[in-house]
Design a protein around this ligand. Structure first.
Ligand SMILES: Cc1ncc(COP(=O)(O)O)c(C=O)c1O
Length: 480
């Protein structure tokens, strides 16, 4: 019998303990691992965190309340929470070259909300309090408080349009950010499908937003944040970059100089669980010392007690990202995305913007006669997990869409390289070429129903499984 690894012992024992309390949960945790091991994961926002990062989340730090900031808590007994929060913030500062890091947000949306309210506190609340010659909102009269509350709702923002790759939290109506800010979108040049900076500048000059948001979740190109800062400075706006998707590429020094958000923006938000390969969570970075004190008030402004267990896991993941291997990993993510893009193009696919310079490849599936929904489901049949996504000026709307978004962070974590990505491109192209749209009762092409031969499904599954067998997920973990 071979000796068991520490990871196998840790997880096997943990599952035994969980199973004693609720066996279905233990079975589902195991099932999830089997599922993830059997699929080619090309979801651009997902990754595989290290066992150390995952284990740091599952412990008694979860039991502790620690509202406030290190050294200034509203609860006693926070010395170890203080240590992990400070450590995570220090790692983040060093990794990203930032003067300041706030590691409490529970997710990307929380990080954005803290950032928006920090900006509003700086731009709207603080000047109003000074004008009224009071220090705290509790010192305002009812009438002045009503005036301040109304003025929060009069602020303006610009962000990238959803079909150009922007995110709902950048001022869109279904999200709280759109209910808070009066928002206008900027987009891509219709011919090149690349961000049109001249149009952003023109919109900024005409609309005069208080906040310029840059960042995306489905834009396959890099963004010049130096130009975005120039535009923000020209109108006295605050530049906020949401680097949730590409934080790993910033950490790994793929995006530097004009493309480095921390060096160029007033405030940068991120998730920690996408290309950065950490636990599910958010962070905020800023080199603007005037804004930092307002970000520090994330609790109680937006957040309650921080998740100390997740901050501990952030510290682990950020220290991993400081290692030289992480930079190699980040560069490989982009090399793999380029190989995937080239492989798809040479097999007849049309890519939004004709390629990529980050971790995302956005495929227009309409030339295959499919909607994004059909393409997503057909690929899933063949063991390839992607998500459907709008493309610029999408004729199929936000539900069915006309594209699929592919991302390389997860497969790159497994160790796949450029030649493997060519095989992935071939599997994807073979499925998209073979799938056909069904016809509705009214005689129109369906946007949801499709047909795909079992031979194509079986071959796709076999090829996906063969590829994955060379790159096992969590090879150090063997569950009985
Ligand atoms: C650009 C961007 N910002 C924010 C978020 C929200 O992150 P979370 O799901 O952690 O709230 C996402 C998630 O998809 C994103 O892509």
């Amino acid at each position: 019998m071979t000796a068991q690894t520490p990871e196998t012992i840790a997880y096997q024992n943990a599952l035994d303990v969980i199973a004693k309390a609720e066996p279905t949960v233990a079975a589902c945790i195991k099932g999830e691992l089997e599922n993830q091991r059997s699929q080619l994961k090309l979801i651009a926002s997902e990754n595989y965190a290290s066992p150390a990062t995952l284990l740091a989340m599952g412990n008694w730090f979860s039991d502790k309340y620690a509202e406030g900031i290190p050294g200034h808590r509203f609860y006693a007994g926070c010395e170890y929470v203080d240590q992990v929060e400070t450590l995570a913030a220090n790692h983040a500062q060093e990794l990203f070259g930032a003067d300041y890091a706030y590691v409490q947000p529970h997710s990307g949306i929380d990080a954005n909300l803290v950032a928006f309210w920090a900006i509003l506190a700086q731009r709207v609340e603080a000047p109003f309090l000074a004008e009224q010659q009071v220090k705290h909102v509790n010192d305002l009269s009812e009438a002045d408080w009503a005036t301040l509350r109304a003025s929060f709702g009069n602020q303006k923002m610009i962000g990238m349009s959803l079909d150009s790759g922007g995110h709902l939290t950048h001022g869109f109506r279904p999200n709280i950010s759109g209910k808070l800010f009066d928002q206008r979108s900027y987009g891509v040049d219709p011919a090149t499908e690349i961000l049109d900076y001249a149009a952003v500048r023109q919109l900024a000059k005409e609309f005069k937003p208080d906040v310029v948001v840059a960042g995306y979740s489905a834009y396959p190109r890099k963004v010049n944040f130096s130009i975005m800062r120039e535009i923000a400075d020209e109108i006295g706006a605050t530049l906020m970059v949401d680097m949730a998707h590409f934080a790993g590429l910033v950490a790994g020094k793929v995006f530097t100089g004009d493309f480095d958000p921390i060096a160029n923006a007033h405030i940068v938000t991120s998730t920690t669980h996408k290309s950065l390969r950490g636990p599910r969570g958010g962070i905020i970075l800023s080199n603007d010392e005037n804004l930092q004190p307002f970000i520090d008030k994330g609790c109680p402004m937006v957040l309650g007690g921080p998740l100390a267990n997740v901050m501990a896991a952030k510290a682990v993941a950020l220290s991993e990202a400081k290692q030289p291997e992480f930079s190699t990993y980040a560069h490989q993510i982009v090399a793999n995305a380029k190989a995937l893009a080239d492989g798809l193009k040479s097999r007849g696919a049309r890519l939004v913007s004709d390629g990529t310079d980050n971790h995302i490849v956005l495929v227009d599936v309409t030339p295959f006669g499919l909607s994004g929904r059909q393409a997503e489901l057909a690929l899933q049949d063949a063991g390839v997990i992607v998500n459907r996504n709008s493309i610029p000026n999408d004729p199929n709307g936000a539900w069915y869409t006309s594209g699929v978004r592919l991302g390389t962070p997860a497969l790159t974590t497994l160790g796949l390289k450029e030649a493997d990505m060519t095989e992935v491109a071939d599997i994807i192209a073979s499925v998209l070429k073979a799938a056909t749209s069904n016809t509705t009762n009214a005689g129109k092409a369906s946007k949801a129903k499709y047909s795909l031969g079992n031979d194509v499904i079986d071959l796709g599954r076999k090829r996906s499984a063969d590829l994955l067998s060379n790159y096992p997920l969590y090879p150090e973990v063997t569950l009985g």
